[in-house]
Design a protein around this ligand. Structure first.
Ligand code: CU
Length: 120
């Protein structure tokens, strides 16, 4: 379990670095700091964990179908949808019907689970 958590943290750190890189590239092209990912308020919003229920796990595709509550950081209402996961090892900890808590971000145009924990 400890190794899994460590792997998750590493995956999250790596993802953060990629996001920061993308944001600075974007700012350079556009010539203004309009990217939402780069704002401090977005950083605090992404700490909010969202409740969801697992509807389907697709390990081959690295995706999970979730019935989730509102994702305020993505301006997304509650819905059932397919999401990518940033760490495919999380899919081994999910099964249909499970209640989970997660955070999602738009990673290169794909809504992706960037943090996951089983609901208690
Ligand atoms: Cu959604």
């Amino acid at each position: 379990m400890k190794a899994l958590i460590t792997a998750s943290l590493i995956a999250f750190s790596t993802l953060g670095a990629v996001s920061a890189q993308a944001a600075s590239d974007h700012a350079g092209h556009a010539g203004h700091a309009g990217h939402a990912m780069a704002s401090p308020s977005a950083a605090s919003a992404e700490m909010q964990m969202i409740d969801a229920q697992v509807k389907k796990v697709d390990k081959a595709a690295g995706k999970v179908t979730l019935s989730h509550g509102p994702l305020t950081n993505l301006n997304m209402p509650a819905m059932t949808m397919v999401l990518k996961v940033s760490n495919v090892a999380w899919l081994d900890q999910m099964k249909t019907g499970d209640k989970i808590r997660f955070m999602a971000e738009n990673v290169n145009g794909a809504i992706t689970v960037v943090h996951f924990e089983p609901a208690k």
